[in-house]
Design a protein around this ligand. Sequence first.
Ligand code: F6R
Length: 248
Amino acid sequence: MRAVVQPDGEAVGTYAAELIERRLRENPRLVLGLPTGQTPLPMYAALIRRQREAGLDFSQVTTFNLDEYVGLPAQDPRSYAFYMEKHFFAHVALPRSQVFLPNGEAADPYEEALRYEQLLQSHGGLDLAIVGIGRNGHIGFNEPAERLMARTHVAVLSEETRTANARFFGSPEAVPPTAITVGMAAVGQAKEVLLLASGSAKAAAVAAACSGEVTTHLPASLLQLHPNATFLLDRQAAAQLRDNDGYE
Ligand code: F6R
């Protein structure tokens, strides 16, 4: 695991987009794992710019989003499907038949989790997983716990995560209590993982994930075991890394 530190969240986004662009030019049929949230917004904006300015070609790319709230239709502005449409898919020439998210509206979310896992496997898993990190160290909606799930599943959101996401729903109680999320294997078995973090609220989780114990109580710490994982951080998120953590 290596860490790369950039000045701010914008620069994190630009660096991430450049890395995706390099991988895409090497392999136009890239299978990408994608996160939502505040952190990746500059990355999506930079990718859209690269399509416009440098002809970056998404036509053969396949994308799998990491997660979606149970119970929210894609038309709901708080759903991750809506977020992706608004911030990325509506602006790039990526065929919708190659875009996948868990269906938050599925009649049976457990069946939907199984379907999504099989879909992911039928594409051979992820080439490049772009992930964020929660303040509690979650990845996707794999929350800190005694045990983690390897495969796509229905996750119960922690109080901390519902509080962190309350800004979009008005109150923590209004945040859906469950979500469908890929499991740790989708990330652990990706050929490459790029974790993005910006802002001081992530500093403690980032430091613990980079150089603390590998523990299910901090899911991002499992990335220490990955042979090709990069923590891409802004200065604030990197502030608690120790000097000997070997970052660039
Ligand atoms: C969202 C997701 C989450 C976020 C994490 C950080 O699809 O998978 O794990 O990446 O909660 O969110 P932000 O970037 O909003 O701080």
